[in-house]
Design a protein. Structure first.
Length: 393
């Protein structure tokens, strides 16, 4: 099934190349090469390339030390090796790449190419585009199954955070939840260490007002809005789920801010369907926050695409010209942030269906479900053990 999936992806790209009058296309980014080959690797300073053409099988150009490894791949392709980096003239990657391209007249290259690589490619009519990025936005049935699985794990991680949190819990305890997910993936033999990344975390208030800050492992949860996140990539496919919750009854102001965040989310979701401009979805959240004097408390766009990467197109942002299509995967996560007080944000992994959308993550959204006042005695004991083992008490 996977081998067939890879060939379909190659054929889709070839069809797009023909529309752009290209007879060859160079792909260098790690995720993009994995998308077409399912070969896991870490390029470090030694670049990898796949060259797609219209009239021959794909060519993989790889470092010599990876040659035997990539032969185990599923894709029917030609493999060419270069010696190392750096190499003597004639045996380095750019000399060999030049020879591979000499018979082509109109070569394209994916826009995410590193500057060093781009500047070392000496060929006529080199055109840079986003053909792979655009193709990756619409997911196949195979990909949707993988993303559903990833989203389920994100959902379960958030539910575990909500189930085990208590006032005074260490942030390190939320970090440890992703370790449990990893162990389960290993036990079920569904774990690729190269294409899997698992982050579970809680931003305690007031740090939650800075969404891209990094909580210290010694930080502890207290009063105010706590923002939890499961940010996963499992065997190559990403998902995320985020929830704002409280460990004591929120104040009237906190309840109001939570309500506005949820309402902005609902306003955005109301128009999510194929054919809608992503900038219009972002505009719905912006207009709502502006109506209540909260636009100044926004720090980011309303959402983004998800696939092989946790952040990719389409971007749900006011500067975007992208249009939603069926089988895209996006997030909707309008947030507001009050300096010195905390932040408010929910996020879900969402599938665009033929007439609307489907939430792939299902953690609680309403305030009543997100106020956690139970003692959680068992979690406190476990947290104490974790902190003692790490010498954090």
């Amino acid at each position: 099934m996977l081998a067939k999936e890879l060939m379909v992806r190659i054929k889709r790209l070839q069809n797009t190349m023909e529309k752009h009058s290209l007879d060859s296309y160079i792909i260098t980014a790690e995720e993009d090469i994995w998308y077409f080959t399912n070969i896991t690797f870490k390029p470090e300073e030694r670049p990898f390339f796949i060259i797609i053409s219209l009239d021959r099988k794909p060519v993989l150009l790889v470092p010599k030390l990876e040659e035997a490894h990539v032969y185990k791949g599923l894709l029917d392709c030609e493999i060419v090796a270069y010696w190392d980096y750096p190499s003597p003239n004639g045996s380095n990657w750019f000399d060999i790449l030049q020879r591979l391209l000499k018979n082509y007249h109109h070569t394209g290259i994916e826009m995410n190419v590193k500057a060093e690589i781009y500047l070392n490619i000496d060929t006529k009519n080199l055109w840079a585009g986003h053909l792979v990025a655009e193709q990756r936005q619409v997911k196949s049935i195979y990909e949707l199954e993988k993303i559903r699985f990833s989203a389920k794990q994100s959902d379960m991680a958030i539910e575990k955070i909500l189930e085990t949190s208590y006032k005074g819990a260490g942030v390190v305890e939320s970090f440890s939840i992703s370790n449990g997910v990893q162990k389960q993936l290993i036990r079920s033999q569904q774990f690729d260490p190269i294409t899997t990344s698992l982050t579970s975390i809680v931003w305690p208030a007031p740090l939650s007002s800075m969404p891209h800050s990094i909580p210290s492992i010694t930080d502890k949860l207290g009063e105010g809005p706590q923002v939890s996140m499961a940010y996963f990539r499992i065997n190559g496919y990403a998902s995320e789920c985020e929830r704002t919750f409280f460990l004591a009854q929120p104040s009237k102001d906190e309840q109001e801010l939570f309500h506005h965040m949820v309402q902005a989310r609902e306003q955005s979701l109301k128009i999510v369907k194929p054919g809608v401009r992503t900038s219009d979805i972002d505009s719905e959240a912006r207009k709502y926050f502006d109506r209540y004097g909260l636009k100044k408390n926004m720090l980011h766009r309303t959402g983004h695409g998800i696939g092989l990467s946790n952040h990719e197109g389409p971007f749900i942002a006011e500067g975007s010209t992208e249009i939603l299509r069926e089988n895209m995967i996006i997030t909707i996560e309008p947030g507001i942030y009050i300096e010195g007080k905390g932040g408010y944000r929910h996020s879900d992994t969402i599938l665009i269906t033929n007439d609307g959308y489907e939430l792939l993550t299902h953690a609680p959204i309403d305030l009543n479900s997100l106020v956690i006042e139970k003692n959680n005695i068992q979690s406190k004991l476990k947290g104490k053990i974790i902190r003692k083992a790490l010498n954090l008490n």
